[in-house]
Design a protein around this ligand. Structure first.
Ligand code: GAF
Length: 385
């Protein structure tokens, strides 16, 4: 198959009979650590994948947007009327229309445009294909229209598209990762201030590799469960009298837990508070160049997601256990949960044996065979041509 960017340009030419004015690429992500902390105003540490969504685009007259998607094979067309009424553009088109809507809502003079969209980011694997789509479209429209919207303000706008137009109550991590990540670095993001620090993450230099295993576990009620976790966290913060769970430190945790009478809320709070600390500890190790030592923090994060936040599924737990038993230095589910991918930090020469061990464990359990790839931190959204 040809390169994702070449396919976007070829698709644009075929659909619209002319070359595009440019191409904009935005990556999917994995989250190294810091799960379900973003909407609690906490800390996250994602990095961008070398898998990208590309928008080849050009301006067109008037407030009209015409969009071809390689994946669906459809071309959709909508104007300002449809955009201004959330719900009128559905399916994948809602992510595109949502970005136009959020820009217009924020007072930007959004240029009409024709776009051709291609992607290497697998759908439904928990690798942020939706944020990659939003970010590719957003950066294309910002550049085409010469809009005054610096990169640091773009994630909030893309998140608004997802929350209010698409209707998914997600935090700000995925859009920030797709837009703000840097090659060779993980993105340490404070989700309250939106301040970032680019943390060098030199896996190769440390003789290590990051294995990403796609569990292929069907997403079971993921949307409703995500919203339920978010509600529990908000209820916990309210009961504790803090603006968000970010405001509870690990030193205060026992006292805080003693004030909560609902055992489920206690578990949710414990996950978020300890997870924030694990992000800070991981960042401290990476800053000191002690990459190999982050393994136990990754595994502790997984245990917390499994036992306290209760967002893992048997396929995911099997992958983590098999990877650890085969010698991974640490392993955890990445992303929102109820399926998706597992990260395993491994010695560079152990990636294949660990992947084989996971595949064998899946066969033994009768699960559909997993896919895997090894990844290095890639750049965030960028104009290609
Ligand atoms: C999903 C959401 F989109 C993110 O905002 C984040 O909450 C994540 O789940 C869990 O850490 O990817």
């Amino acid at each position: 198959m040809t390169d994702v960017a070449d396919r976007a340009t070829a698709g644009f030419r075929r659909e619209f009979g002319a070359p595009p004015a440019g191409q904009w690429a935005a990556p999917g992500r994995v989250n190294l650590i810091g799960e379900h902390t973003d909407y609690n105003d906490g800390f996250v540490l994602p990095f961008a994948l070398p898998l990208r969504t590309v928008a080849a685009a050009d301006r067109q007259e008037g407030a009209r947007w015409t969009v071809w998607s390689e994946l669906s094979g459809e071309t959709i067309d909508f104007g300002a009327d449809e955009v201004d009424e959330p719900g009128r553009v559905a399916g994948w088109g809602a992510y595109v229309a949502g970005v136009v809507w959020a820009l217009r809502e924020a007072g930007h003079d959004v240029p009409g445009a024709r776009l051709a969209i291609t992607s290497d980011v697998p759908l439904g694997a928990g690798l942020s294909s939706s944020a990659a789509l939003e970010a590719a479209v957003l950066t294309a429209l910002v550049d085409l229209g010469g809009l005054d919207l610096p990169a640091e303000r773009q994630p909030r706008l893309a998140q608004r598209a997802e929350n209010h137009y698409v209707g998914a109550p997600t935090g700000i991590m995925d859009q920030s990762a797709s837009i703000r990540c840097r090659d060779g670095h993980a993105l340490f993001l404070d989700c309250r201030s939106e301040g970032v620090e680019h943390i060098p993450f030199d896996l190769r230099g440390a003789g290590l590799a990051m294995l990403v295993v796609d569990s292929h576990a069907p997403h079971r009620h993921a949307d409703g469960e995500y919203a339920a976790r978010r509600k529990s966290c908000e209820a916990g913060a309210e009961r504790l009298g803090v603006p968000a769970l970010r405001d509870v430190t690990v030193d205060q945790l026992d006292t805080a837990l003693a004030r909560l009478d609902d055992p489920e809320t206690r578990r949710r709070v414990r996950h978020v508070v300890t997870e924030d600390q694990r992000v800070l500890d991981t960042v401290a190790l990476l800053r000191a160049g002690r990459v190999r030592e982050i393994g136990p923090l990754l595994t502790a994060s997984h245990v917390s997601m499994r036992d306290d936040f209760e967002i893992t599924v048997p396929e995911i737990d099997t992958a983590v256990e098999a990877a650890l038993a085969a010698g991974a230095l640490g392993a955890r589910m990445t992303g929102g949960g109820f399926g998706g991918c597992v990260l395993a930090l491994v010695e560079a020469d152990a990636a294949d044996p660990v992947a084989d061990a996971v595949t064998a464990a899946y066969a033994e359990q009768g699960f559909r065979a997993p896919d895997h790839l090894t990844v290095l931190p890639a750049p965030g959204a960028v104009r290609l041509t």
